[in-house]
Ligand binder design. Structure first.
Ligand SMILES: C[C@H](O)[C@@H](O)[C@@H](O)C(=O)CO
Ligand SMILES: [Mn+2]
Length: 596
């Protein structure tokens, strides 16, 4: 199976700038430090390039300043090089004392970290503290990376704690730089009065650096009627769909069923919709070849949403196939980067999916946060006593639409279910995801027909549920719940599923509880969710989300992330480190959104 690295988005991929900082005084000091400092920079670069990839699969590149930076002239030379190379984040490294304001990265928006070597021969940590103080005083937040254990000056090994921080910073910084300048494409507008669909351009522009693009859903009709898609690809896609997307249960009462003839036509429409939505997002050179040069460009959309309900779905087949296939890591062309496409054009959930994707490189689950099932309620309805991880109750995540097929949990890491970066997914795993999915004729909500995916996520995936909410007078806030997927005995699952929408994909989610506050119990997590949707990422990535949110200045109003994974710019401590949640709000408010 073909694996496609890269994507059609415009704009070069951000690089990581590495700044070796040095004590500029000659006659012994600088000379004695040159080699070790540059070595530290090279080690950091080698480590990061060895560990990281862009979410489109291409390698991450580091750019090291040509010389060590001992003063302002060399800082400017480095800046010149970085600007030309498209550096999107920087890490300054040093084992020694240097001159903070003369050597610091003063770029207004670029995420910054400083790695001060923990040695005793030269005062790298003294520089680190002074440089962070300078950053804080100047309103240019920077992350502090300082190894826990003293190393000897010649030791070139990067300790595990430093490695972890370098990665956490770099991945989040790359996310910031990758989304900057891209677009969010709204296909349609507000679905069924869901406020998350309202495009808040201030949020997109100032917090994310993302521009807003819009098309009316009539654009799909135009492209279908005029044949503005790649006909050969359509035929290939339809064939693949017939072979791989088996039809699921027809649960509609007789009088609401689509005829076989209608269903055949519906399959053609939904496949075309997938092609068209993708072309709208990222363009397609093939359209230029058939005389549609403007359409060939697309909207440079790193994320998008499809309104669907109700303007479209009351008359046309629903968007579920388009959404599920595009958000998955594979289609008829092979294995590829998943697209971030929000159902109901819930822009805030779409952006949360994007954050999760840029941090994990993997597909995401988009779902309604539908039901809290207490152990008592499950017992009453099914007679079953919830046990093990599910013992304290479960949250039913379910929505027609863009839960990626990866969310079936049929990919594995060390034998355990996972959602992997596309470049690690095997052909067999693709097949297993497809085999675990049934495509059911859409239910009565969707008067125009269509097909919804039905599957149940496998148990045992560590996952993180998240969502951005907008609050008047406050701005955006992020909420995060790390937890696990669970499964129920078949008969119990069926009883609970039948009460909701059995033709939709289910993920049973259990948050990690702390026994207090918002994570007192499962009910409290559900009861404090900020809106109807959540985005779910593979892995416990709450720490990474917190780091990313702090870079964008989005405060985190709810999380269950262990303290040792919380990594924010050093200035946050000054806003009240004794009360980290409050400090986060104060720091974000004081610094304001990343882009003014
Ligand atoms: C079909 C229904 O309208 C659902 O789509 C609805 O419950 C939602 O998903 C709301 O977010
Ligand atoms: Mn929904």
């Amino acid at each position: 199976m073909n694996v496609q690295v890269g994507n059609r988005l415009q704009g070069s991929l951000p690089k990581i700038g590495i700044r070796p900082i040095i004590d500029g005084r000659r006659g012994g000091i600088r000379e004695s430090l040159e080699e070790g400092t540059m070595e530290m920079a090279k080690n950091a670069a080698a480590f990061l390039t060895g560990q990281l990839r862009h979410s489109n699969g291409l390698p991450v590149e580091c750019v090291i300043a040509d010389t060590c930076i001992g003063g302002v002239a060399e800082a400017a030379q480095a800046e010149e090089k970085f600007a030309r190379a498209g550096v999107g984040l920087t890490i300054s490294v040093t084992p020694s004392w240097c001159y903070p304001t003369e050597t610091m990265d003063v770029h207004p928006t670029r995420p910054k970290a400083i790695w001060g070597f923990n040695g005793t021969e030269r005062p790298g940590a003294v520089y680190l503290a002074a440089a962070l103080g300078a950053h804080n005083q100047k309103g240019l937040p920077a992350f502090s990376i300082y190894g826990r254990d003293v190393q000897d000056i010649g030791d070139t090994e990067i300790t595990p704690d430093v490695k972890e921080k370098l990665l956490q910073f770099a991945k989040a910084g790359l996310a910031v730089a990758t989304m900057q300048g891209k677009s969010y494409l709204s296909m349609g507008s507000v679905s069924m009065g869901i406020a998350g669909c309202i495009v808040d351009e201030t949020f997109f522009q100032h917090y994310l650096g993302i521009r807003n693009e819009y098309v009316d859903m009539t654009e799909f009709v135009r492209r279908m009627e005029l044949g503005i898609y790649d006909q050969a690809e359509f035929e290939k896609a339809l064939r693949w769909t017939k072979e791989n997307c088996k039809e699921g249960a027809e649960v509609n009462p007789e009088h609401l069923r689509r005829t076989e003839e209608q269903k055949t036509g519906d399959w053609e429409v939904v496949v075309k919709m997938a092609l068209i939505a993708r072309d709208l997002m990222v363009g397609n050179p093939k359209l230029g070849e058939i005389g549609y040069g403007e359409e060939a460009f697309g909207h440079n959309a790193i994320a998008a949403g499809f309104q669907g309900q109700r303007a479209w779905t009351d008359f046309f087949p629903n968007g579920d196939f388009m959404e599920a296939i595009l958000t998955s890591s594979f289609d008829w062309n092979g294995i590829r980067e998943p697209f971030m496409l929000a159902t109901e054009n819930d822009t805030l959930n779409g952006i949360t999916m994007l954050l999760g994707h840029l941090l994990t490189d993997a597909a995401q689950i988009f779902a309604d946060v539908r039901t809290y099932w207490s152990p008592e309620a499950v017992k009453r309805v099914t007679g079953h006593q919830l046990a093990d991880k599910a013992a304290n109750g479960i949250i039913h995540l379910i929505n027609s639409g863009p839960a990626a097929l990866d969310a079936t949990g049929r990919q594995t890491i060390d034998g355990q279910p996972a959602m992997k970066p596309f470049w690690d997914i095997t052909e067999d795993e693709v097949q297993a995801c497809l085999d675990a999915t049934a495509w059911c004729p859409a239910v009565d909500f969707f008067r125009g027909g269509g097909f919804s995916t039905d599957f149940t996520t496998r148990e045992g995936m560590p996952v993180t549920m998240a969502r951005i909410n907008l609050v008047a007078g406050l701005g955006p806030v992020l909420q995060i719940a790390e937890g696990y997927t669970v499964e129920l005995p078949d008969d119990v699952h069926d009883k609970l599923d039948q009460r909701s929408n059995p033709t939709w994909p289910t993920t049973w989610f259990v948050p990690n509880l702390t026994g207090e506050g918002l994570f007192k119990d499962v009910y409290t997590v559900m009861n404090n969710w900020g809106s109807n949707h959540a985005a779910v990422s593979y892995g416990h990535i709450g720490g990474d989300l917190i780091t990313l949110a702090s870079m964008l200045r989005i405060p985190v109003c709810m999380h269950n992330v262990p303290e040792e994974r919380v990594f924010r710019p050093s200035a946050w401590t000054a806003f009240g480190g004794m009360d980290p949640v409050g400090a986060d709000f104060r720091a974000c408010q004081s610094f304001g959104p990343l882009y003014r």
